[in-house]
Write a protein that binds this ligand. Structure first.
Ligand SMILES: [Ca+2]
Length: 204
């Protein structure tokens, strides 16, 4: 088990004059206490979620672990545009994480801090708007008995989306997950506090 990737720290950096990029949690479902779901060569699965904060999708956190896998085995993470349904949903981006990069697998995620596996998806540069339905699909080429696992709950703790596996969808299953969105904060005065460089061009 490697340390959790803390790429978000790098994302939360200052950009252009008068604005700052901030990474915030958008959608979340913290309960993963009811089931460990298998992911292997014959079984993909995922979760849909409804975007509420516009920006750029930055990261996904999930409670993942593996069994009989090799450190180099890959879990594939795909982000889908599920707004028109999951069947044939356009692929917005894909990345992988190796078994060696998996973090801890708590039964409950923590809203305030990253305690499981953080998957950086910022390189996909996916712009999200309020009301977009995003699908997060997990798959792998590993063959049973090797498998990855992700924790979820049965009692529909997240009514704004649902669980899917291969071609099936269950509204009442929900993975434990958090989505992180990078937003650009624009300062009302057009420049950052303490920065007086803009004054010279606005003074008469
Ligand atoms: Ca649900």
């Amino acid at each position: 088990m490697a340390a959790i990737r803390l790429a978000l720290l790098a994302l939360a950096s200052t950009s252009a004059l008068g604005s700052e990029i901030e990474v915030v949690v958008d959608q979340y479902q913290l309960d993963g206490s009811e089931q460990n779901n298998l992911i292997h060569s014959a079984r993909s699965l995922g979760q849909t979620c409804l975007v509420a904060i516009p920006g750029t999708l930055a990261a996904i956190e999930m409670s993942l672990y593996s069994w009989y896998t090799d450190p180099a085995d890959k879990l594939i993470i795909e982000i889908l545009d599920a707004s028109s349904g999951l069947a044939g949903a356009p692929l917005l981006g894909t990345t992988t994480i190796s078994d060696a990069e998996l973090g801890p697998s708590p039964q409950f995620l923590d809203l305030q801090t990253v305690t499981a596996t953080l998957i950086d998806v910022s390189s996909m540069e996916i712009s999200v708007s309020v009301g977009d339905l995003i699908g997060i699909r997990l798959s792998s080429a590993v063959e049973l008995p090797a498998a990855f696992y992700v924790k979820n709950s049965f009692s529909n703790p997240y009514p704004r989306g649902g669980f899917f596996s291969n071609d099936s969808y269950w509204e009442y299953h929900d993975l434990a997950f958090k989505t992180f969105v990078a937003i650009t904060q624009i300062y009302a005065d057009g420049f950052e506090s303490g920065d007086t460089s803009a004054w010279s061009s606005t003074k008469p």
